[in-house]
Write a new protein. Structure first.
Lengths: 437, 437
């Protein structure tokens, strides 16, 4: 009986702070990093599963330790049982009572669970010879519902209600898979808008983004209101009136600061305002949203778990949400969030960029379209053109759209050469550079 | 110029699961543990500061790693500057942008910050030759306000408003210090109520608690409604009608489960119901509170930071709150919570027990009485009679009241012999026992 024989971890860091790629109002000098996990098995095909947490440098070692702390819950488990009961598998990780104390279900320990859960999904989808999006899409509504932990969200969506919603969506699956394979899924890009870029670079990259077919671009804001007004004007002039312009404040503001700031940005007809304040502040988002209506408010990339997403929906605190593939407890918890978003009619614009986040989250957005919300035309997946070369099955963007992945698994596997080069602190990239993390 | 020369850490675990001490509905077999940190200096007195995170076993190693990840922000800093600007010191830890990504301000990384911040307060109070409660009480209102990070809470309490509130309280300080030294501070006890105890042990310990002078006892509930009804009846009969009876569900229920469950417990005239559901669910607590009114609802021991406390107050989700000395970002963030609680008129019943939590939190409650809320008669500090023997300056309980600590510092120092015996995994307690964590 094949079992999971080992849980390997790697501390991978890219010295991105040298170029100010990824710089924003909260994160001036990120070194994009991954706490990478490999589940190994003694299956006859040498089946493996990969997952990771995305971090921005220091602390990636702590994150790796947290993943290792899950080893006793994983190694020795029956591969077939894990692959056929991913809901029970995920819950067994969140239910370790001693580890749960370190959250519960938030922060370092919860992201570690997310990485291991995602690695198990990668393994299960490879075993089924399907990309993860299709692996989910091919599940019955009852199977999808069984993936979700309804604990603490049953007052917003009861299990029976979730199942009904999935059943209503099921009849259209085949047709939607055809559409997805033909058209792909809309992407928007943040590549022009990092805070560390000059005005000239912003204008040039914004025009290039429109030429490349992107329907929306996003700028980082929040450090200086005058700079933001100027940069929004430059961007709007570069892209014209018909391309979407979103802004992202990366949690920079208090509620009372966000409201007048956004009044100043109102003339630029923003597609949305992302992370105006603390990701923990459900009521703060609701207050801001009401005050600046109809400017659309959003958050989610740092939303810690389904319980906070639930409240964002209940409080009508957001017009749309980001989901992040590696922040919450893996695919299972993201399915819970997607199901609630569908029920509440909230649009989902997945967070990506970082290291491998585009690769992962495309699967979730596509599964949502095919099997959950049934919607794709009113939403878009973030795209940042960074670090894809380190992955075996990188995202494919054509004319501003993500093409549906075709290889089995979660597109999570990093190239061996990249793992070796960017291992911290002993990889060649770190030994040879005069860079200090 | 004396500087902080080293940040030492220790993984300390006590095999408490052998006795079911500390067992509750979520945590059946905790091994009470501490991720212990010592700040060393080259001050002429060999000044040190101690702090810790309380955990319940597995994962204590991850927590220790997180504390070590803060070393670069601490070692080499000027002792006098840290001690005189503890607000800036705390903020410098939460503001490391790369580490902030791992929270922000929640979970493992935030608790690590809390331990280091508390160690700095221990150091500063020792240097001033005062217990921490008095070190705070002797600060001017402006100094106390400067300890608080108002970011993300300014919509609930602006800095100027906080300062005014502190100024209003300042005139009574001297008198209150006299009262506190004479009378101590009310304690309640959870020692009778662990879920793993037999009915007989519960009844016996409940009677002993009343005899010892405790005005309130607390029971763990949440696994079986029939058991809870029976145990509440036994406890109420043991303590009589005039002693307070609180219950603690340790996050066991969904909103829709909590409400009918609490209807069944209503006849026992509960002093409060603690942690009825997820600590992240502000709106859920508000819903439960409204439904079971006037049964008092509370949470806080797992509340991750001031942003969630703020919302509990804003949403009128709780009748009272617990604070925890080692869950949030240390003394500074607890001062923010205490100030908001005072403004919103919410009573504070500090969480204690665990390892050394009684030792720490007594200082915060006493500082609150003297310098912030000015209230003591309507509130009480949890007391559990566990593991105090491992501390140099253990709490002193007389007739159900905490006596004000007199030794300098935060009462956080563990005995060297205890550190050596309970080091995990190589201390003598772990080498000789047939215990596996």
């Amino acid at each position: 009986m094949p079992v999971i024989t080992e849980l390997d971890t790697h501390d991978i860091r890219f010295p991105t702070s040298l170029e100010l790629d990824g710089s924003d109002a909260m994160n001036p000098d990120p070194d994009y990093s991954a706490s990478y996990v490999v589940l190994r098995t003694n299956d006859s095909t040498e089946l493996q599963g990969r997952g990771f947490v995305f971090t921005i440098g220091r602390g990636n070692d702590v994150q790796v330790e947290a993943i290792r702390a899950l080893r006793h819950l994983v190694v020795g488990r029956d591969v077939a049982a894990v692959c056929s009961e991913l809901g029970a598998f995920a819950r067994s990780l969140t239910d370790d009572s001693q580890l749960r104390w370190l959250g519960p279900e938030k922060g370092v320990m919860h992201m570690a669970i997310g990485a291991v859960v995602n690695a198990a999904w990668d393994m299960a989808a490879r075993r089924a010879r399907k990309p993860v999006w299709q692996f989910i899409a091919d599940m019955s509504p009852a199977e999808i519902a069984s993936m979700i932990d309804f604990r603490y969200i049953s007052d917003a969506i009861a299990p029976g209600e979730g199942l009904e919603l999935l059943q209503q969506s099921a009849g259209m699956k085949r047709e939607r898979i055809g559409v997805l394979r033909q058209k792909g899924y809309s992407a928007y890009t943040t590549s022009p808008g990092w805070l560390g870029y000059s005005d000239e670079k912003l204008a040039r990259l914004a025009k290039e983004a429109v030429s490349a077919g992107f329907g929306t671009i996003k700028l980082k804001v929040g450090l200086s209101i005058e700079d933001d007004v100027r940069r929004c004007r430059i961007a709007r002039e570069a892209i014209g009136p018909h391309v979407g312009l979103a802004v992202d404040a990366n949690q920079r503001w208090d509620v009372g600061v966000a409201i007048p700031w956004l009044e100043r940005l109102r003339p630029f007809n923003l597609a949305w305002v992302e992370e105006p304040t603390s990701p923990d502040d459900v009521l703060g988002h609701a207050t801001i949203r009401k005050a600046v209506h109809p400017v659309p408010i959003s958050t989610g990339e740092h939303t810690q778990n389904r319980v906070v997403f639930k409240q964002l929906f209940q409080a009508q605190a957001v017009d749309l949400v980001q989901i992040d593939a590696a922040r919450v407890g893996g695919v299972n918890e993201n399915l819970a969030v997607l199901l609630m978003a569908a029920k509440y009619g909230v649009r989902v614009f997945p967070h990506a960029g970082g290291v491998g986040l585009c690769e992962l989250v495309q699967h979730l957005a596509m599964a949502d379209y095919v099997a959950i919300s049934g919607k794709m035309d009113d939403r878009s997946i973030e795209f940042v053109d960074h670090l894809h070369q380190h992955f075996i099955d990188p995202v494919r963007i054509r004319h501003g759209r993500y093409l549906a992945p075709e290889l089995p698994g979660f597109s999570a596997e990093m190239r061996p050469a990249s793992i070796s080069e960017f291992q911290f602190p002993n990889g060649s990239a770190w030994r040879t550079k005069a860079v200090n993390a």
